[in-house]
Design a protein around this ligand. Sequence first.
Ligand code: ATP
Ligand code: MG
Length: 289
Amino acid sequence: MISVRNVGYTYMRGTPFEKTALKNISFDVADGEVVAIAGHTGSGKSTLIQLMAGLIDLQSGAIEIDGLSVADGAIRRKVGIVFQYPEHQLFEETVGDDIAFSPRNFGLSDEEISARVTEAMRQVGLDAALKSSSPFELSGGQRRRVAIAGILAFKPKYLILDEPTAGLDPPAKENLLRNLFDKPRATIILVSHNMDDIARLADRVIVLAQGENIFTGTPRQLFARQEILRRAGLEPPPVMKLLHALGIDAVALTADEAEKIIARNHLPHPLNQPITRPPKDGRSPELDA
Ligand SMILES: Nc1ncnc2c1ncn2[C@@H]1O[C@H](COP(=O)(O)OP(=O)(O)OP(=O)(O)O)[C@@H](O)[C@H]1O
Ligand SMILES: [Mg+2]
């Protein structure tokens, strides 16, 4: 379990550039949970997860992981963190060496390391033949997977993901999410702006706005609180926008659920409505696509 208690953080304290990034944040993450951290840019998400991974020092409050303070080096074996653009952190000569870096640091046997590298490559959907390639010969999406495999290879109990799919195309994104979230999996802390991903993947959501925790609850509870989304500068997921557009005051997390709600409200199915297109006179090309 992770416990975050009254955590605050200010950058460049005591200088004219002082910037408070977090104020009095408290929450728990139970084993096996997927907890999303959502919030507008600059709301403090990355600061919070860096504190949770022990990458920056606590200033006030406490964070414990399985009863150990994050200041204790022993948590490094328990917590894997994948940064927003992890592909920039590859530095070994081959993909295999890069993925093996952490397990090697933790003193595992060569045999065990090799098995873990193979398993991690499979988990992120990387072809085993790429093991001896240079990471620098790979595409951006492949490099991202190498970086994530490098974290999975040491089998952290807790996995912290900062926008893991940013910049990936939709099939690559789906593939990666399936591999990361399918069970058995770690306890996951997922930083995301994407409410659709949060709706699908998270058990609970913590919403930050200007460094404050303005909401903690399930995605379903969050999407019923439009004022919270508005205050946090977050967009509701597309299924919710559809329900609102149809004047239905209900919460749906998936398209299937929205469809049932629409049918129950005896509204004509939106897909059966005639689509009126603007005339192709060149005045609104973006609508003709
Ligand atoms: N190294 C730093 N020095 C000074 N201020 C910083 C530093 N890192 C972050 N900040 C400030 O702290 C606040 C929170 O930043 P943080 O990176 O945690 O936000 P975020 O929610 O992760 O944003 P994004 O969605 O853009 O990644 C912002 O106002 C930011 O400008
Ligand atoms: Mg960030």
